[in-house]
Design a protein around this ligand. Structure first.
Ligand SMILES: NC(=O)c1ccc[n+]([C@@H]2O[C@H](COP(=O)([O-])OP(=O)(O)OC[C@H]3O[C@@H](n4cnc5c(N)ncnc54)[C@H](OP(=O)(O)O)[C@@H]3O)[C@@H](O)[C@H]2O)c1
Length: 289
């Protein structure tokens, strides 16, 4: 099976190229910057091509380009896709990329997918994938991909592109926002190095969250913030909650603080959230630092 990775010279593209090669697939990669593409060719030991050549000769096309370049790539490759071919995108947003694929790609089956891990992942085992089929043909493809991923130890969940984006607004959008605002706040303090040295697990988890976002490409985080639905409402909700808690502290209203915190604890424990597991994971994360 021949798999073309559009944007294969990028971080996620290289990750998938390396994984698919180890899995015995024939891989061909593309990218815009020639120097970067040749570097990736050498590093991975794969063939390189233009987007059009790669698509013409592939059984499966994986589109791994930034959200902001997605439509131009789809417009460029759409005259060259063929029947029996699968075109899968891995952008972190699903509504608009899936709409763009439906609008432009008329031959072949398209599918929206989102790997819920970054290029630093060591293995596919226990990694989550979200697949967003929108019709019977796409669901049949998604089922095949789910079986393929599960046979290799990963997990795959199907949902609509809309459900995906609404969940990602909280999972990615809110988490990234908290990390960026926390980084901004931390920089108001001196002696950060000393605090890092003496800090306990909770502080280490905060630094891990901040570091995991701030060390990455700002363009990617900007695209996620600007493209996910209802980000402004979610961030305003967060601001209002921050204000409420800050007021309780400002007023030194100890009883109100304890009552509200107990309410949160009970609601989280009664809800679907596996609170204990999240707590154990936090410790594992902090101990691993
Ligand atoms: N990073 C993550 O943690 C993560 C996780 C899950 C999903 N994703 C999704 O994966 C996709 C790729 O992300 P990434 O982190 O790998 O970004 P990246 O490192 O910037 O890679 C993007 C690649 O796309 C190439 N590209 C851009 N325009 C192109 C075009 N017109 N033709 C051919 N190649 C083109 C770039 O080539 P040049 O550099 O030469 O321009 C680069 O190789 C994004 O949609 C992102 O939302 C990312």
């Amino acid at each position: 099976m021949k798999i073309a990775i559009i944007g294969g010279s990028g971080k996620m593209g290289r990750w998938f190229a390396s994984f698919l090669l180890k899995d015995g697939k024939e891989v061909i990669i593309t990218g815009r910057n020639e120097k970067k593409l040749l570097e990736a060719k050498q590093q991975l030991g794969v063939e390189v091509a233009t987007n059009v050549e790669a698509v013409k000769n592939a059984d499966v096309v994986l589109v791994s380009v930034p959200i902001d370049n997605f439509e131009e790539v789809v417009e460029q490759i759409c005259p060259h896709t063929h029947s029996g071919q699968f075109i899968i995108d891995i952008t972190s947003i699903k509504v608009s990329p899936v709409e763009m694929m439906h609008k432009h790609i008329k031959t072949g089956v398209v599918l929206g997918a989102h790997p819920m891990f970054g290029p630093g992942a060591r293995d596919i085992i226990n990694q989550n994938f979200i697949l967003t089929p929108t019709n019977e043909e796409e669901t049949a493809l998604a089922q095949k991909i789910r079986e393929y991923l599960e046979a290799r130890g990963a997990r795959a969940t199907m949902m609509t592109p809309n459900e995906h984006d609404e969940m990602m607004a909280v999972i990615l959008g809110l988490s990234h926002f908290i990390a960026i605002v926390s980084a901004d706040t931390l920089l108001s303090f001196d002696r950060l190095r000393e605090m890092e040295a003496v800090g306990g697990s909770t502080y280490k988890v905060l630094l891990t969250l901040v570091g995991s976002v701030i060390s990455e490409d700002p363009e990617f985080y900007a695209s996620v913030q600007m493209n996910l639905p209802k980000m402004t409402e979610i961030e305003e909700l967060f601001q209002r909650s921050s204000e409420t808690w800050a007021n309780i502290v400002r007023n030194k209203d100890r009883q109100e603080f304890v009552n509200r915190m107990n309410i949160l604890k009970n609601r989280l424990e009664k809800g679907d959230l596996d609170f204990r597991k999240a707590y154990e994971n936090m410790y594992k994360l902090a101990e691993g630092l």
